[in-house]
Ligand binder design. Structure first.
Ligand code: FAD
Length: 489
């Protein structure tokens, strides 16, 4: 008998007998899997959903539940707050956020359909209060809907697309809206008759000729064979907790110590690659250190160990953090003056590395050569007083002189400070959710969505909050619909 393996599909002719028969088998019950299951059921397919945990959730259930939406003139929340967000600007931003890794087709289709996707989420029962919360927030601390969640208002993005806030958060008090979001999607899936099997871990795909026709799941220490007449949808999340995969594909993450997610062992990516799928942008990851909390710290200036700035700090906290991790020496400094310094949040694990009555004194306490950090701050302050940042294009109101002593340098050490991170690379899929091989051809019967694919959040340096769940929920729906089509693809 052939081996049951993540890395090679099991031959259909050797299946001893089918334990389950369905049209569509969805693997993984996070946001992507739930949305795939809902759409496949709406397309009249019989749907079974297999989840290795004892219930739904995954990283989606741990998340903030924030979804990146815009275009089409704006959502109700955007319009009520005075933002008329055109599809052209929204799509242009999506592409800029994807940088060199952007999937143009996915940006185009989501750019066109995000507004109707938002309506779909509401139709599933996802509540939105509909109001706008100005300022810099990682997630709302109340139940507000709309926040700035990316680098829209910062250079170079603001020159590429007219800025608008686009982070839409489920109505939920405080952080952690992902759990109620998944609960609502789970209820919608179950109401459609999706059969959920928990404690069932996919360990192999089943292949008949070139076609994927099923999956092997491990239940109660036994291999169970699932026949999926139309298709299998992989929705198993990323690989941030798989050290071997990270070492192979994403070694820069070893600079950091705080992976976030729920097991994320890359199994779906391995299954897809084993079936001939291509895995792309595997080196990309999101990271952030919560340096904009308290909010006054958003007005700070970052320098590397050479005392040099490296980014316009008015960008999204994750973009700044990701660029920070590219800097030499394993740490960067956040510089603040007395007008902006507040004791940092304990959980950020940032320490005070230097203080002084002048920036020269801070420079000396940090052990930097004279005329490095102090010159950086002299140039910065001189131009900030004129409302300009000729080096990086930082804009007011975040652009403000830091000239009220005493001064402080907070250290963000990549190993010691809280730099949370998760992976962005994964299977290459079409905008319809088909898993593509290296020639760009769809693998018959195999679909995927969410963080086991590379999608809208393709580039760590351009990540904006809400892009991952936008990608999971929207392209999860596409994958489910494609898999449900008679004969799949
Ligand atoms: C704390 C935190 C906050 C975040 N906040 C946001 C946010 O507000 N907005 C945003 O866009 N993104 C956010 N993210 C990122 C986002 O939550 C994830 O990228 C996204 O939820 C991934 O969804 P998914 O459906 O692809 O995977 P998951 O939600 O992880 O679901 C995958 C599921 O597949 C199951 N599974 C895995 N392997 C197998 C197998 N072999 N067999 C059976 N089942 C399997 C897992 O158990 C899991 O339940 C956040 C992440 C974290 C950790």
């Amino acid at each position: 008998m052939a081996e049951i393996s993540l890395y090679r599909p099991f031959p259909a002719e050797e299946v001893p007998g089918w334990n389950f028969e369905t049209d569509v088998a969805v693997i993984g019950f996070g946001a992507a899997g739930a949305c795939a299951a809902i759409e496949a059921a709406d397309a009249d397919a019989r749907v079974m959903l297999f989840e290795r945990n004892s219930g739904s959730g995954g990283a989606s259930g741990l998340s903030g539940g924030e979804i990146y939406v815009g275009g089409g003139g704006g959502t109700d929340a955007q319009r009520a707050a005075g933002f008329d967000d055109s599809t052209k600007d929204f799509t242009a931003y999506l592409k800029a956020a994807g940088g060199p890794c952007a999937d143009e087709a996915k940006c185009e289709v989501y750019g066109r359909e995000a507004l109707s996707h938002y309506a779909w989420l509401k139709a599933q029962g996802v509540p939105y209060r509909g109001n706008y919360l100005p300022g810099k927030h990682i997630e709302p601390t109340d139940d507000s809907t709309l926040i700035w969640s990316g680098s829209e208002a910062a250079a170079p993005f603001c020159d590429i697309a007219k800025p608008a806030p686009r982070g839409h958060v489920i109505q939920h008090m405080g952080w952690g809206g992902g759990r109620p979001l998944v609960d609502i999607l789970e209820a919608a899936a179950r109401a459609r008759g999706v059969e959920v099997v928990t404690d069932a871990r996919a360990v192999a795909l089943v292949q008949d000729g070139t076609r994927i026709v099923g999956v092997v799941v491990r239940i109660d220490n036994a291999n169970r064979f699932v026949r999926a007449a139309h298709g299998v949808v992989l929705a198993t999340g990323g690989f941030v907790f798989n050290e071997a995969m990270r070492r192979k594909y994403c070694p820069d993450t070893f600079k950091l110590n705080d992976p976030i997610g729920d097991k994320d062992d890359g199994a779906g990516i391995e299954l897809g690659v084993g079936a001939g799928g291509d895995a792309i942008h595997m080196e990309q990851f999101f990271t952030t250190c919560p340096w904009t909390m308290p909010e006054s710290h958003a007005y700070g200036v970052f320098v590397n160990i050479q005392g040099q700035r490296f980014i316009n700090e008015d960008c999204y906290h994750g973009r700044v953090s990701r660029c920070a991790v590219d800097q030499p020496g394993g740490k960067v400094y956040l510089l603040l003056d007395n007008a902006h310094f507040v004791q940092p949040m304990d959980f950020a694990r940032m320490s005070i590395a230097g203080t002084g009555e002048t920036w020269d004194e801070v420079e000396s306490e940090l052990g930097m050569p004279a005329g490095t950090l102090s010159a950086t701050m002299a140039v910065y302050n001189e131009h900030a007083r004129d409302g300009r940042d000729p080096l990086f294009g930082k804009r007011s109101p975040i652009l403000t002189p830091l000239d009220q002593g005493p001064f402080v340098a907070l250290e963000l050490d990549f190993q010691a400070s809280y730099f949370s991170f998760f992976t962005l690379g994964g299977l290459r899929t079409s905008a319809k959710g088909e898993v593509l091989d290296r020639a760009g051809m769809a693998i018959p019967g195999l679909f995927a969505a969410g963080r086991c694919t590379s999608g809208l959040p393709a580039w760590g340096h351009g990540y904006s909050s809400g892009l991952s769940l936008a990608d999971c929920t929207f392209f999860g729906r596409y994958a489910g619909r494609s898999a449900a089509a008679p004969g799949g693809n």
